[in-house]
Design a protein around this ligand. Structure first.
Ligand SMILES: O=C(O)C1=C[C@@H](OP(=O)(O)O)[C@@H](O)[C@H](O)C1
Ligand SMILES: C=C(OP(=O)(O)O)C(=O)O
Length: 420
């Protein structure tokens, strides 16, 4: 569906926006709940990725399709590898069949699993013959995706002797590994992470009287509201719930990064209020995002909307996500008149005269440019805040449901004018 965003502004005193639970926390807890049924979960994400995870864990079929969900693909591969007597095939969208999984498959096979490729070597779909994994030590490359490491950590306490992982090379997306370890600790699993070694002790079962674990709202989803406030007038405020100052999610780093754009975050009563405190003092942005790759698109578009330059690094994982996000960002920002250069792991945007030139002025007329989204929820959501500056249209807008199904309704609540 093509949605048209008509140039609008944030209303005064918008209602509080309740953002669904973190899909990263939800998908970890769902997997742990399949291993330890005593676990109770509250505020689970209503994202497509968490729904497919729930459906796959309930399914008795020997054919599982996880669509676009990277965490589900990686976590379930590890899970089904340990389910004795079960033979399944696991597949996903056309893009999922291009997203690499060899590092994880090799590690699981080294531990004793029986996993093979059904189409392209190194990528889904996979055939998994569930087995008792008899080894407990393995080394793997840590610079491709942290999801492989989290997948192994999640099944580790159910292995007879636990697990000892050696991480090779630079470790990417570290906060996601720490999130996995923290959730394991919360259910009583002993973990140890030092330098490039992680050790997990076995834990057979949990006591039946578990207190529910509450998933915090999704910080990556909050990023779009940070961008909206950054692109709005001084004094603009938006309140989001439910958030904690001591989050497990690395994307909380937004609250620091956006101070550079004049956005202040106030934590109060499980909510955050984002306030545009001052006009942004034109200053180039230089940011290493290897610990928070999912907010790269948001930040690049905020900088474009403010007319400032940015140099974003640590982006090597962006090429293997829902789309090649570096190429997608360059293509779509350039449609709007930006000058962007990319390498394998970075993106640079030149400062520009903000929608002031004749050609850019024309872009505010009519229905505006069509932004392509490449089956990537974050392309749709990252570009949407530009609706405060220009008219634009978002192609395949329902793609947002991968992580944030009520995104467009929530944008309307804060004042965006959107038509089909
Ligand atoms: O473990 C997780 O929940 C995630 C880890 C990150 O992936 P990489 O480790 O592949 O960067 C992130 O981009 C993804 O959205 C969610
Ligand atoms: C990369 C993402 O998800 P996944 O890898 O789980 O598909 C994302 O949500 O931005």
């Amino acid at each position: 569906m093509l949605l048209a965003l008509h140039k609008s502004a944030v209303v005064e005193n918008p209602p509080k926006i309740v953002i669904t639970g973190s899909k990263s926390e939800s998908n970890r807890l769902l997997l742990l709940q399949a291993l330890y049924p005593e676990i109770k979960i509250e505020n689970i994400s209503n994202s497509d990725d968490s729904k497919v995870m729930q459906a796959a864990l309930k399914s008795t079929s020997n054919h599982i399709d996880i669509s676009h969900a990277g965490t589900a693909m990686r976590f379930l591969t590890a899970f089904f590898a340990t389910q004795e007597e079960r033979e399944i095939t696991i597949t996903g969208s056309a893009r999922m069949k291009e997203r690499p999984i060899q590092v994880l498959v090799d590690a699981l096979n080294t531990l004793g699993a029986d996993i093979s490729y059904l189409e392209t070597e190194g990528c889904p779909p996979l055939k998994i013959n569930g087995k008792l994994l008899s080894n407990n030590k393995v080394s793997l490359k840590a610079n491709v995706s942290s999801q492989y490491i989290s997948a192994l950590l999640l099944i580790a306490p159910k292995l007879k002797n636990g697990l000892e992982l050696t991480l090779e090379g630079e470790i990417t997306s570290v906060p996601y590994i720490n999130m996995t370890l923290d959730l394991l600790n919360q259910i009583g699993v002993e973990t140890h992470f030092e330098n490039n070694k992680i050790k997990i002790s076995p834990l057979e079962s949990l006591s039946p009287d578990q207190t529910p674990l509450t998933v915090e709202s999704d910080w990556s989803s909050a990023s779009y509201f940070y961008s909206i406030v950054a692109l709005s007038a001084v004094g603009t405020e938006i309140t989001l719930s439910s958030y904690r100052q001591n989050s497990l999610q690395g994307d909380i780093v937004l609250s620091d990064i956006y101070t550079d754009f004049g956005v202040e975050t106030k934590f109060d009563n499980n909510s955050i209020t984002l306030l545009k405190k001052e006009e942004y003092q034109l200053k180039p942005i230089d940011c290493d995002l290897k610990n928070a790759p999912d907010i790269a698109q948001t930040i690049a578009v905020t900088c474009f909307g403010l007319g400032i330059s940015c140099h974003l690094t640590g982006l090597h994982t962006l090429k293997i996500k829902e789309t090649d996000r570096l190429v997608a960002l360059k293509t779509e920002l350039e449609k709007l008149g930006a000058k962007v250069s990319i390498t394998e792991n970075s993106l640079s945007l030149e400062a520009h005269q903000l929608f002031g030139s004749a050609s850019q002025g024309q872009r505010s007329q009519g229905l505006g440019e069509i932004i392509a989204t490449y089956h990537d929820h974050r392309m749709a959501m990252a570009f949407a805040p530009l609706g405060l500056k220009i008219n634009l249209r978002i192609e395949d807008a329902m793609v947002v449901s991968k992580s944030y199904p009520s995104f467009w309704e929530d944008l309307e609540k804060v004042g965006f004018k959107i038509t089909k």
